[in-house]
Design a protein around this ligand. Structure first.
Ligand code: PGA
Ligand code: ZN
Length: 427
């Protein structure tokens, strides 16, 4: 039984305030979680309630904390902690607005995850195991997507494309993914250094993209994979998050780096050219969140060839996932718990996606913390992928390291490997 729900202000990886929630049970069991924060946000995702004004760049969260310590605590104290759906529904009843702007999605997501942690602590199980028991799923260590270069909104728009990542579907264990990623990451750094282009890292720990074109980033990534002793397209493949909503609206896209504008068809042709030229197995938000026709067209042309992930386009919403399948847009979804605002809605989205044969990628935000909930969620739900940023900085590494701790219990053979990409050219 929940005996107290308490919010406090802590600080995220970009130095901004965020919401942490402690849920304490009457038997002393306890759960804690912290809300992450996005920079390239979809317009239909749950709102982070921020104070505005001048102090702390307008980003303070005292109103969100009032939601936690006031109405949310009142609604949750006395409830059975094992009823995650009931706790989440109680918060939705307090705030029926579609974007959770009354309570704040940052208040609801931290509370919802803290309830999940408290429920696991109550039954003395690790979180991944509680998730798998509670939602009847088969746990497995996820296939990581790991950023090598940051870009877009995470790197002052130095290049247009947001994430240049690798996946290692050919690895036989999660450990091996970590080793190969280390080699590729530092090989990329060596190449940048040799060209005099090493300039620190972007928001998620990938190398700062000192490139003259988006293609130069892709060429450098291919060179780094080779320098790491791998043949690009064999064990190691490329994954991109175009985050096209950041540079396009109403079907017009503006590539700042190339100083040119293009319509949806031209963008799709350009990306299609990249799919031919580079070993790309997965691509996220190839067109803007408002470009339904573009997403349908992109999926029609390339859906057999690559994984096409909707992030801003689907905002972790189960109804949008079903609708997208109906019109033939995307074949995978990014699952960000704070886009939905609760654990229950996020897991509904994960399950809606996998039930229709789609991939599901549990994801961090560009603003992160020491919270490792998503490592447990993706492992507990099983069969999926995990995107948390790069291979440096502890708010990222804490997620990979948590998977290694889970691996010690589940065993190396529980790695899902390339299975999530089975319906792409790689599989
Ligand atoms: P965000 O970026 O957390 O800044 O929204 C992550 C993504 O687009 O996948
Ligand atoms: Zn994205």
């Amino acid at each position: 039984i929940i005996s107290s729900v308490k919010g406090r202000r802590v600080w995220d990886s970009r130095g901004h305030p965020t919401v942490e929630v402690d849920v304490i049970l009457n038997n002393g069991a306890f759960g804690r979680a912290i809300a992450p924060a996005g920079a390239s946000r979809g317009t239909r995702e749950a709102i982070d309630l921020r104070d505005g004004g001048n102090a702390l760049r307008g980003k303070d969260v005292s109103q969100a904390l009032q939601s936690v310590n006031g109405p949310i605590a009142k609604a949750l104290v006395g409830r059975d902690v094992s009823d995650q759906a009931g706790a989440d529904a109680a918060m939705l009843a307090l705030d029926p607005s579609p974007l959770k702007e009354t309570l704040g999605g940052n208040a609801t997501v931290a509370t919802s995850l803290a309830v999940l942690h408290a429920a696991a602590s109550d039954v003395q199980k690790p979180l991944w195991q509680h998730v798998s028991d509670h939602y009847s799923t088969k746990p497995s260590l996820p296939l990581p997507e790991i950023q090598i270069f940051g870009g877009g909104a995470h790197a002052g728009r130095r290049v247009d494309i947001q994430d240049f990542m690798i996946m290692v579907p050919g690895a036989s264990t999660f450990n091996e993914v970590m080793e190969i990623t280390n080699e590729v990451y530092f090989a990329a750094g060596d190449i940048m250094a040799r060209k005099g282009k090493l300039a620190g890292v972007a928001d998620e720990g990938g190398w700062w993209p000192m490139f003259d074109s988006n293609e130069e980033a892709l060429e450098t990534l291919v060179a780094a994979i080779e320098k790491a002793g791998e043949k690009p397209g064999e064990r190691v493949v490329i994954s991109l998050d175009i985050a096209a909503s950041e540079f396009g609206k109403n079907g017009t896209y503006r590539l700042a780096l190339d100083d040119r504008s293009m319509d949806s068809a031209a963008l799709i042709d350009m990306l299609g050219g990249w799919l031919d030229a580079y070993p790309i197995a997965s691509i996220e938000d190839p067109v803007g969140e408002d470009d339904v026709q573009g997403m349908v067209e992109f999926t029609r042309r390339f859906g057999e060839q690559v994984q096409i992930i909707g992030d801003d386009y689907l905002v972790t919403n189960a109804d949008l996932v079903k609708e997208a399948a109906h019109v033939g847009a995307c074949n995978a979804v990014l699952v960000k718990v704070n886009q939905a605002g609760t654990v229950s809605e996020s897991i509904d989205t994960f399950k809606a996606a996998t039930a229709q044969g789609w991939g599901a990628v549990v994801s961090a935000r560009s603003g992160e913390t020491e919270d490792t909930s998503i490592s447990h969620l993706s492992t507990g739900l099983g069969g999926g992928q995990l995107k948390v940023g790069s291979f440096t900085r502890s708010e990222r590494m804490v997620k990979w390291n948590e998977c290694l701790r889970i691996q010690d219990v589940l065993g190396e053979q529980s790695f899902v490997g390339g299975a999530p990409l089975a319906n792409t050219w790689w599989g």
